[in-house]
Design a binder for this molecule. Structure first.
Ligand code: ADP
Length: 356
């Protein structure tokens, strides 16, 4: 009884929040200037207002200012804990039966992988999410039993590759998206690993990253041109009334959003960048259609949005991190990313704030 009451209260509160704020959030994260940028004399073009955490201002090359507002803004000093503190309510709602999608969007080198994967000293959203899911499952173990499975895949040139296969050469096997029985999108043949602890998850994630690098001469180069997706499937069973839930959480490190230089636009690189542009704009179109509550949502325009179809829209939660560089050298790409994120969120950026 107590559990049912708590669970329905959680859902009621969650729906109330959705009513108030909508179920799409956009967070912006700016990395620190790196040593090379400092040495080469680049300066920071991004300004934060210490009195609030939803706005930032960019100084353009003609000294004009552009002002942007998001659901949350993280400056260069904000650490992984601070980022996860804002993210955790979104990810943990998967335990209450909601589907969730989290993306990191931005130019290569702006910290997408740092935010999602992190490093062994500074673990990112992926690891912290699993850690939190295990913690809450344990807390609720009197009334609920949860089963957690992870899959990891990559979308490169509109082809899906499994990143959790035992034999790295097997990852080239062809995977396709099929409509599942419950209207969900399934990928038959994709490895789904049951996980019992956070250590095990870390091992799985490392395996995935290793396999991701196979077959490329420069793994950083290749990884910036493919989308990497971690899927967490949560099956829940109530020990009170036997009710079952099944939900999915997708954690996505997107391909770099930068436009390719004119000199590079040929051959393989051209093909790759066309695939990336197509899938990133398809993602933008889907999210903005959802934000503006358009009747037709164009999921089928890319493998990425098709895969995520059952976790985008309806009462699903979506969170996008728009990652930016503070450097004056990246100004053009930074403005592109911020404009993309504003469009996705359906928020137009206003004129610069008046200086005090
Ligand atoms: P991307 O995935 O967007 O290509 P990376 O995550 O590889 O970018 O980040 C590029 C470099 O910047 C890495 O060395 C990373 O550790 C560092 N970096 C990114 N974001 C931060 C941050 N918030 N704080 C400190 N270092 C960061």
């Amino acid at each position: 009884k107590k559990y049912l009451k708590e669970s329905s209260e959680r859902k009621r509160l969650y729906n109330e929040v959705i009513e108030l704020k909508g179920n799409i959030r956009v967070f912006c994260r700016c990395r620190p200037l790196n040593q090379d940028e400092i040495t080469s004399g680049s300066s920071s073009v991004v300004e934060f207002d210490p009195s609030q955490d939803t706005e930032l201002q960019i100084t353009c090359s003609d000294s004009s200012k552009k002002h942007f507002k998001f659901d949350h803004v993280f400056g260069p000093q904000e650490n992984q804990e601070a980022v996860f503190a804002q993210t955790s309510p979104v990810v943990t709602s998967v335990l209450d039966g909601f589907n969730v999608c989290i993306f990191a969007y931005g130019q290569t080198g702006t910290g997408k992988t740092f935010t999602m994967e992190g490093t062994s000293e500074n673990r990112g959203v992926n690891y912290r999410t699993l850690e939190e899911l295990f913690r809450i499952s344990k807390e609720r173990s009197d009334t609920m039993r949860y089963e957690l499975c992870v899959s990891m895949l990559e979308v490169y040139n509109e082809k899906i590759r499994d990143l959790l296969v035992d034999d790295p050469n097997e990852h080239v096997k062809k995977l396709e998206i099929k409509q599942g029985a419950e209207g969900t999108q399934e990928v038959p043949g994709l490895v789904e690993a049951r996980v019992y602890s956070t250590d095990e998850v870390w091992e799985q994630l490392k395996t995935g990253s290793r396999i991701r690098a196979v077959g490329s001469t420069n793994s950083n180069e290749l990884s910036s041109r493919s989308h990497c997706l971690l899927r967490v499937t949560v099956k829940g069973e109530s020990l009170v009334n036997g009710q079952r839930t099944r939900s999915q959480l997708w954690l996505v490190d997107l391909a770099g959003s930068e436009r390719v230089g004119k000199t590079e636009v040929e051959g393989e690189r051209l093909k790759e960048s066309q695939f990336i542009n197509k899938s990133l704009s398809a993602l933008g179109d889907v999210i903005s259609a959802l934000a503006s509550k358009t009747a037709h949502i164009p999921y089928r325009n890319s493998k990425l949005t098709h895969l995520l179809q059952s976790s985008l829209g309806g009462d699903c939660k979506t969170l996008m991190f728009v990652q930016i560089s503070p450097s004056s050298a990246d100004l053009g790409e930074t403005l592109c990313s911020l404009n993309f994120a504003s469009r996705v969120r359906g928020i137009e950026h206003g004129p610069a704030r008046k200086q005090a």
